[in-house]
Design a protein around this ligand. Structure first.
Ligand code: PRP
Ligand code: URA
Length: 207
């Protein structure tokens, strides 16, 4: 399933992060803010538990999310830019990290780090990465998580290129994709066009 956040306020925020003149601080804040909105969308169908509570007025049945059913997995580096936006709304989720870096020539991701919570196979995993370009990094992450026994995976990104969406849908049709927007093409260097440039460099100010 593919869900695109079709919302005027998100379009407004996207126009700011796409702009090359937007500085690191504002870029980072907006990535985190859009990540929160993606998280709300991804949690639309989340299972809830009934609990009995008392409001200042009366007793009632309320519904709560089982927060310890979830794990967030940001893809290093850029995915960590989205993490705060998710922890703000689901503070008790556990966090795993995968380090992947695309080889600039082949565009094939190279894995340099992998550390997941021990009980990862029991959790629903939400992968975070602002950019879905060729889909190589996303698919490698999904593969590792499935090898670890994870059954339910959602992938959250800010900009998804059509090629990346198609790759995930072809290889892992059970993974739900949530994107703030979709861009049509990649350039000869594997960058999304128009995109926003190198997300990691813009979040961390490394270029
Ligand atoms: C970027 C981005 C994704 C990946 C997307 O990371 O954050 O992880 O590229 O491209 P793909 O869909 O073609 O795999 P990069 O490899 O540049 O590493 P960085 O986050 O450390 O900058
Ligand atoms: N990674 C990025 O950071 N930006 C792109 O446009 C593609 C991959």
């Amino acid at each position: 399933m593919l869900t695109i956040l079709n919302n005027s306020l998100i379009k407004h925020k996207l126009s700011i992060i796409r702009n090359k003149n937007t500085g690191t601080k504002e870029f980072r804040e907006l990535i985190s803010e859009i990540a929160t909105l993606l998280c709300y969308e991804a949690m639309k169908d989340a299972k809830l538990e009934n609990i009995e509570i008392e409001t200042p007025i009366c007793k009632t049945t309320a519904q709560i999310l089982k927060e310890d059913n979830y794990a967030f997995v940001p893809i290093l580096r850029a995915g960590t830019g989205m993490l705060e936006g998710l922890i703000n709304v689901i503070p008790n989720a556990k966090i795993g990290h995968i380090g992947l870096c695309r080889n600039e020539e082949t565009l094939i991701p190279e894995k340099y780090y992998y550390k997941m919570p021990k009980d990862i196979s029991q959790r629903e995993v939400i992968i975070l990465d602002p950019m879905l370009a060729t889909g190589g990094s996303a698919c490698d992450t999904i593969k590792c998580l499935k090898e670890d026994g994870v059954k339910k995976i959602k992938f959250l990104c800010i900009i998804a290129a059509k090629s990346g969406i198609e790759k995930i849908q072809e290889k892992y049709p059970d993974v739900d994709i949530y994107a703030a927007t979709v861009d049509e093409i990649l350039n000869e260097n594997g960058y999304i066009v128009p995109g926003l440039g190198d997300a990691g460099d813009r979040i961390f100010g490394t270029k």
